[in-house]
Design a protein around this ligand. Structure first.
Ligand SMILES: [Zn+2]
Length: 425
């Protein structure tokens, strides 16, 4: 790419900053709260109209067939396509437009989209409406600079990332709208700092364990078997035996924060015996259930992760008289990692260096996001997350995104897009 081209694109991003800010504010003013999934259609249409104004063909994809796609809360995704001289490569920028509830503790209106001291405030500002803005105005800057694309830019606004993305990116992937046959590169502008490239995430294994006891009169508990006591044994063994092993395992994937570079386990919830708010009767609990959130490392793999849990439970069955259990898988997300030599990483690294004058850092996320669907269902290996905003501010009161970050991320995305198209020619 010539320096003339680069300078023109960067100048156009600067010139578009005010429009990008207004677009972000407007998006924040549509409270697309999930759950339950408010105002998705209005938000999808607004993004679609803006894309159309920026030279995109737009298509809307209601998530037909998904149970959460209802009349009251339709799940509508939007995809814009802008073709250049050639069809390929296709660079797809994807942002989710659902946001988590505002919660308490705000000192500004969470739905105001207020701009103050170089920051845009509101729920979803950094996670990730500013990211959608950075994607839209990156493409628009290329267009206004008069540079013809050597490929296709696609920008999608999708639903439900915060609740798993099944009616959003997963739906588009299952219906082949996003697939390795038609999509070359995917960049997800999640708020992961303007100089960092996120190359994947750890795995997730949610499972439910039920211990089964035997009911008896509470005044003579020795005649029964307490399922709650047995769940206590499960928790105790997890704490004393499993947790130290997990803490000792470290991944080579550059997960941030560093504490999440180890395998972890959390108890989501526990429920056994009688409801504590109800009228009480003297009974030994014959059932106790708990849900666990095990985050596993790429190096561990799912099979070994699950086998280790079952081993622990089987050991208890061997050691403890009357110990009985069931285990049920609730959700499995395999870890993902973008190949080190992926052109999408190289293009972003180069562009971050050009725009910010510093070296990009490769990171991985402690939790999952829509990358998993792109990698696992669509089968596209060349996917990363890169976008404006700071991860710590996501889901917090007084969430904001710096305007400077939006502008810089937009510049990086524009240059990376052009770079990927040059490489794919
Ligand atoms: Zn997000």
């Amino acid at each position: 790419m010539s320096t003339g081209h680069i300078d023109r694109v960067l100048a156009e991003v600067d010139a578009l900053a005010e429009e990008a800010v207004a677009f972000t504010s407007h998006l924040i003013q549509i409270p697309t709260v999930n759950p339950p999934g408010e105002l998705y259609e209005e938000c999808a249409r607004f993004i679609g109209h803006t894309l159309a104004d920026c030279g995109f063909e737009t298509e809307y994809y209601p998530a037909e067939g998904r149970p959460e796609h209802t009349v009251a809360h339709p799940r509508i995704n939007v995809v814009g396509t802008r073709r250049g001289r050639s069809e390929r490569p296709v660079v797809h920028l994807n942002g989710h437009f659902d946001v988590v509830p505002a919660g308490n503790g705000w000192t500004v209106d969470p739905w105001g989209g207020q701009v103050r001291d170089g920051k845009i405030y509101g729920r979803g500002s950094c996670d990730m409406k500013a990211g959608i803005a950075a994607a839209v105005y990156a493409s628009e800057a290329i267009r206004r600079a008069g540079i013809e694309l050597n490929g296709t830019v696609e920008i999608s606004g999708t639903v439900d990332e915060e609740s798993g993305g099944f009616a959003g990116v997963a739906w588009l992937a299952e219906h082949r709208r996003l697939s390795k046959d038609r999509t070359d590169y995917v960049i997800i502008p999640e708020p992961l700092y303007v100089d960092r490239i996120c190359i994947g995430h750890r795995g997730v294994y949610w499972f439910e364990v039920q211990t089964r006891g035997r009911i008896a009169h509470g005044s003579m508990p020795f005649h029964g078997v307490s399922a709650i006591d047995h769940m206590g044994l499960v928790l105790d063994r997890m704490r004393r035996e499993l947790q130290p092993k997990l803490a000792a395992r470290t991944t080579d994937v550059p997960v941030i924060p560093a504490g999440a570079r180890h395998a972890t386990l959390n108890v989501n919830g526990i429920n056994g015996g009688q409801p504590v708010d109800g009228i009480q009767t003297p009974c030994v609990a014959d059932r106790c259930r708990a849900v666990f959130d095990r985050r596993f490392l790429l190096e561990e793999g799912f099979d070994a992760t699950k086998a280790e849990v079952i081993q622990l439970l089987d050991d208890l069955r061997r050691d403890v008289p009357d110990f009985q259990y069931d285990i049920k898988d609730l959700m499995v997300v395999h870890p993902t990692r973008t190949p080190d030599d992926s052109p999408v990483i190289a293009a972003l690294e180069q562009s971050i260096h050009s725009v910010l004058g510093r070296r990009a850092q490769r990171i991985a996320s402690p939790g999952t996001y829509d990358h998993k669907h792109v990698a696992r269902i669509a089968g596209i290996p060349h996917c990363v997350a890169y976008g404006p905003g700071e991860l710590e501010l996501a889901h917090q009161p007084d969430e904001y995104c710096r305007i400077e970050d939006i502008v810089n991320a937009s510049k990086v995305l524009a240059l990376a897009t052009l770079d990927l198209m040059r490489a794919g020619r």
